[in-house]
Write a protein that binds this ligand. Structure first.
Ligand SMILES: [Mg+2]
Length: 265
């Protein structure tokens, strides 16, 4: 089936750190010329979308902030609305709180008399202990939703090193409270349904492209859409062969994506 929407991971797929991967600009020119829609999706809720828009557009890729960029924050907002959530406590960066505050009432501290609907945890690089403490007190004393914007335990940075991510923070809270977070973002298929809706495409017209098996490929498997694993980032061909779920396609990089799309027409 001809693809109409391609959902791209960014780091390891489009670029590595500060460097654009070879052949990427030609691939995006092909997609634009063929009128194939593309979006950039990140699990990372610690930056706002402007950060990614600037990075991608500075590489020379044609894109629009409102049309082409989505993060686990947008999925979280959509999910909370579906659950009829009104009042929340947030563990996360200021940019996450700024995105959530027009939609929900945010409470800023634990108060046993203040009834809330959910605790929301994002990837916080501005974390303070009081936030974890307040969130844990709410989770122990009220029957509420516990939402994680994403489940990644760690986030890759330069030189093959990692920093703690949202999944680790939620694990800390789980160990304290016994409550397990509902994890949004990849690999939760919610994002694929959300984007299929936004772009009015059918699932067999979607291709998910990424370098990480347990998020990028698994989200496609969970949503029953085609997936392409590129070997330009985290995963090697050995990793792909050993992983329980197989991507629909494997390529060295998205440089070869136009040929693949010609073949699967
Ligand atoms: Mg990646």
């Amino acid at each position: 089936m001809k693809k109409k929407l391609i959902i791209f991971d960014m780091d390891g797929t489009i670029y590595l750190g500060k460097d654009l991967l070879p052949g990427v600009l030609d691939t995006f020119k092909y997609l634009y010329d063929k009128e194939i829609e593309y979006v950039f999706f990140t699990n990372n809720s610690s930056h706002d979308l402007e950060f990614y828009y600037k990075k991608i557009s500075n590489f020379g890729i044609r894109c629009d902030l409102r049309h082409n960029f989505y993060s686990s924050t947008e999925v979280t907002i959509s999910y909370l609305h579906k659950k009829n959530v009104k009042k929340i406590y947030v563990v996360g960066n200021k940019c996450l709180k700024d995105k959530l505050s027009p939609h929900f009432k945010l409470v800023d501290k634990y108060d046993s008399k203040n009834k809330i609907d959910a605790v929301v945890c994002g990837f916080s690089t501005e974390l303070i202990y009081q936030e974890l403490k307040d969130a844990c007190l709410y989770l122990q004393t009220q029957d509420i939703e516990f939402i994680a914007t994403n489940g990644d335990y760690r986030c890759p940075i330069e030189d093959g090193l990692y920093i703690p991510d949202c999944g680790g923070m939620c694990e800390w809270m789980r160990l304290c409270t016994g409550k397990k977070a509902t994890v949004l973002g990849k690999p939760n298929p919610e994002i694929i349904d959300y984007l299929a809706d936004q772009f009015r495409v059918k699932k067999d017209q979607i291709l998910v492209v990424g370098d990480r098996l347990y998020t990028d490929i698994l989200v496609g498997v969970n949503a029953k859409v085609d997936t392409l694993c590129v070997l330009s980032g985290e995963s090697s061909i050995d990793d792909v062969e050993q992983y329980a779920y197989k991507p629909s396609y494997v390529l060295d990089s998205i440089k070869e994506l136009p040929e693949l799309l010609e073949e699967i027409k």
